[in-house]
Design a protein around this ligand. Sequence first.
Ligand SMILES: *Cc1c(COP(=O)(O)O)cnc(C)c1O
Length: 389
Amino acid sequence: MKKIQMVDLKGQYEQIKERVDSSILDVISSAAFINGPEVHSFQKELEEYLDVKHVIPCANGTDALQIAMMGLGLKPGDEVITADFTFAATVEVIALLQLTPVLVDVEKDSFNIDPDAIRKAITPNTKAIVPVHLFGQAANMDEIMSIAKEHDLYVIEDNAQGIGGSYKFNNGKVAKTGTIGHVSSTSFFPSKNLGCYGDGGAIFTNDDDLAHTIRGIVNHGMYKRYHHDVVGVNSRLDSIQATVLRAKLPNLDTYNDARRSAARKYNKAFEGIKNIITPRVKGNNCETQENIICDTCNCHVFHQYTLRVENVDRDALVKYLNDQGIPCGVYYPIPLHNQKAYQDDRYDESNFTITNQLVKEVISLPMHTELDEEQINFITKNVIDFVTK
Ligand SMILES: *Cc1c(COP(=O)(O)O)cnc(C)c1O
């Protein structure tokens, strides 16, 4: 059996090696390292793939979120509601811009921000909601967009883990994640579903004026050379990363299919095993009604395959798997509202019952495009051995 890895970037590279190697060499010999034609072509291709009017490439997914918020003109003291259960980048940029992060609880089954919790957290100072499509499954965008409309709030989708996924609205309409809110961000960090060979990110929007504002912000606030109209940042995608992304983008759907196929095999192996709760794919947005990972839609792109374990010592399970040569992860072990940097006296523990529970129960198994049947069987056997012993 091949050594099991949490993320296998090498196997994926082998399949696109020729194109990647030659196009990287082309970039080097063209010497158009920044804002070269490769970046422009990638931008166009991603706009087409997502069916969104504007893609603005930038340096990483954290910058993308920050720039999206700057572009919307959010001001210090404005409150921004986001999930307590996500990667810290989401709340970090809110705090960095001196906006006020308002963390709220998530849903136990989807791990995504809970619309009822958003409603309860709205005050006259609330200006935006940041749903994160956690682990590759879209948040409840029907509810979130309707709350935003009712209260005149911006929606900024953090799509770092959801690229290539779709959301099916209650009315049957389908849209790619990252094209639903007013503006969205994504990350091309190597381990993401569409990853480059360094850092990279992008902002998406259908709003022409906002796109124009953001294009200036990513480039020192310049709309005309050496005329700095707004305070900007330096955040660019370089041509070498763009050329890698151009090689991978045509395969993104196939990559996500491979992830879903691995998830389906995991689910099947864990069926009926006591104390293991497999990830819930929300039926209302899917062709199928129940917790089935269907072939016909893209409702989950499995950036992570995350189980919950009940009545099991999760940390002991992690250690046991590691000892068998199976890497795994705990995303995320501490709720953001309990992180030193983001503690706030206004938070009441009783409002975070789900996150407080999830941090003790979640475990993410190896998930990437190169997992084979033998590896999955070995992983599931060991998980089952431990929880049923
Ligand atoms: C990875 C990630 C980010 C940050 O992206 P970087 O490119 O690493 O800056 C932001 N939000 C979420 C949910 C992420 O998973």
